[in-house]
Design a binder for this molecule. Structure first.
Ligand code: AGP
Length: 608
């Protein structure tokens, strides 16, 4: 997720663009850049790091005169943070400049096509392809070039484009990545999100998919992909700037929960093509994957919980033995790693000290490392031998939700790919599983829409002292994450327990009214879980069950049941975790906790 701002009008463009970008830093900030038409040509400045660096480099934009420009804060997806990879990108003659938010899924094919035509690339990004493709089609008419490019491009984009031969016009286009435009008496604006232009106008127009906008200093025109001019309605924004950064949500955590469907789509769709699975970044052939006998997964916190789910899913589908370690334990226990084992480290931030140390320990022993990482160019991403990125975009809330969900689906894809290589499942089963995977985003949307029901239930437990989460197998992994979500933001003590283990001691803590959340999504364990529910109820517990839609018998035992839509049991975590995230969130909100920045916690634990 990146931030885009553009302006054309009677005021200097650069200061407006930089101020707007500062309102979008939550969307990404590993590098930034700005391009302004200065009367003769397009002047461009780029920098690595926070936006402040670019502001200092351009003296707040004063060193970049001009009244039409585009700017960008980057959240790297293709290519690590660098000046070459920072936006804006240019054609070779530097007469066309472009900023982009999104993922061009067919950029490799387009890049090969353009290289054959003699185009030379200077970056690793997918965006640069657009600059050269515009050049290829540009014969003097920018709109014609834009239409032809957009008809060839697959993937998501929000674009701001400058043509040096048309300095009185700013162009924009959108498909799947957000883009708004606005206008006041001093000019017209484009931005990825409302906060960037709220200072200048509260009247905005949301650009819809495959719409193109032609903006002049005093007016703008909208077109659809069929080159027809269309009329658009504007809306009045009544949020304040802070609320606008959260897109109207009360907290980043809730906003990020709602981004989970898109996060999952962004993480799986480039890796599922024509009903098959393609994980280029593994850089391992079928033969190499087929001989993997052991996998070690190492991570911390929620990433570790995703790893526990990964264990169950990989073992069930690919029949490969998986060991999951807390990174802080792995690095000091002198682990025994078999020859040929695959070591997978999982990290949202890519900077967690324990996980990075564990990666180095395994590398020191000669093992290849696969990283499942969200932050492109982070330390773990750089030091891993191969990286499977989770394209969740920047995650601001300390309590992870969308990145965790993206880690889950990355592990599902890895499990299916391993099973395919080892032939433990056939093509029909693979197609069925991939179909179930592609249904998850919509199913998550359905679960998110039950938030009022969850909030009502959560409000009954604001004064709780202890809350338990129990489950078996994958449901135990779900319980681990559900418990952490609750305790890290609401400060209520909670623990997750393997349901079959409770009777070996901890059940002594169950008192009259103790809330026990029983997670039961595995049909072959439904009956066992009902026994465990009866067991805790006999000690006075109040039981909230999270279970599959087909498990109606559980209503005889549990006090409160949340049903999740039908999916393959190996993917159940992705659905069951949604009501548990919402439960933890609303308990924390009800208790007046600082949900996005809980006490004692940091978004990335870069110290031991
Ligand atoms: C999750 O909500 C916590 N913020 C924490 O457990 C986190 O998952 C852990 O610190 C690992 O972080 P990483 O994924 O960035 O390595």
């Amino acid at each position: 997720m990146c931030g885009i701002v553009g302006y054309i009008g009677e005021k200097p463009a650069a200061p407006i663009i930089l101020e707007g970008l500062s309102r979008l830093e939550y969307r990404g900030y590993d590098s930034a850049g700005i391009a302004v038409f200065n009367g003769d040509d397009i002047c461009c400045k780029k920098s690595i790091g926070r936006l402040k660096v670019l502001e200092n480099l351009t003296r707040g934009g004063q060193d970049m005169p001009g009244f039409c420009g585009i700017g960008h804060t980057r959240w790297a997806t293709h290519g690590a943070p660098s000046n070459e990879n920072a936006h804006p990108h240019f054609n070779q003659k530097e007469t066309i400049s472009i900023v982009h938010n999104g993922i061009i899924e067919n950029y490799l094919q387009l890049k090969k096509f353009l290289e054959k035509k003699g185009y030379v690339f200077v970056s690793e990004t997918d965006t640069e392809v657009l600059a050269h493709l515009l050049d290829y089609y540009y014969k003097g008419n920018p709109m014609e070039a834009i239409f032809r490019v957009l008809r060839r491009v697959e993937g998501s984009y929000a674009l701001g484009i400058l043509f040096a031969e048309h300095p009185d016009t700013l162009f924009a286009a959108r498909k799947d990545s957000p883009l708004i435009v606005g206008q006041n008496e001093e000019g017209c604006f484009i931005a990825s999100d409302v906060p960037a232009i709220l200072k200048h106008t509260r009247l905005v127009t949301y650009v819809d998919n495959q719409e193109i906008v032609k903006l002049h200093a005093s007016h703008m025109h909208f077109y659809n992909i069929d080159e027809e001019e269309i009329q658009k309605e504007s809306v009045l924004i009544d949020w304040d700037a802070d609320a606008a950064e959260k897109a109207g949500y009360e907290h980043f955590m809730l906003k990020e929960m709602y981004e989970q469907p898109k996060t999952i789509t962004d993480t799986i769709s480039p890796r599922i093509q024509k009903g098959g699975i393609h994980i280029e970044e593994l850089h391992m052939s079928d033969e190499q994957l087929a001989v993997v006998r052991k996998i070690h997964i190492v991570a911390c916190g929620s990433a570790y919980h995703a790893g526990v789910t990964g264990k169950y899913v990989i073992e069930r589908l690919a029949r490969i033995s998986v060991e999951v370690d807390l990174a802080s334990e792995f690095r000091y226990r002198d682990p025994i790693l078999e020859e040929g084992a695959m070591v997978v480290v999982i990290s949202q931030s890519g900077e967690t000290a324990d996980t990075l140390a564990a990666l180095r320990e395994a590398k020191k022993r000669g093992f290849q490392i696969l990283g499942i990482v969200n932050v492109v160019g982070s330390s773990i991403a750089r030091e891993a031998d191969n990286v499977m990125y989770t394209w969740a975009g920047p995650e601001i809330a300390v309590a992870t939700t969308k990145a965790y969900s993206a880690q889950l689906v990355a592990l599902y894809l890895l499990a299916i790919r391993l099973a395919e290589a080892k032939k433990t499942i056939g093509n029909t089963e693979i197609e069925r599983l991939l179909g179930a995977l592609e249904r998850l985003p919509h199913q998550i949307e359905r679960l998110l829409n039950t938030k009022e029901q969850i909030q009502k239930f959560a409000n009954r437990y604001l004064a709780a002292k202890d809350i338990f989460f129990i489950g078996r197998g994958i449901d135990y992994a779900i319980s681990l994450e559900g418990s952490l979500k609750l305790k890290e933001i609401s400060y209520i003590h909670s623990e997750a327990y393997a349901a079959g283990e409770l009777k070996h001691g901890t059940i002594s803590l169950i008192e009259e009214g103790t809330l026990v959340t029983a997670v039961s999504t595995q049909p072959q364990l439904y009956q066992k879980m009902i026994s465990n529910i009866v067991e805790v109820k006999a000690r006075g517990a109040f039981v909230m069950a999270v279970t599959g839609e087909d498990n109606r018998e559980i209503e005889k035992a549990a006090d409160y049941v949340i049903y999740i839509p039908e999916t393959d049991p190996v993917f159940a975590n992705s659905l069951a975790i949604i009501p548990l995230q919402l439960f933890g969130y609303y308990v924390a909100v009800g208790r007046g906790c600082d949900v996005d920045k809980p006490r004692n916690l940091a978004k990335s634990v870069t110290v031991e």
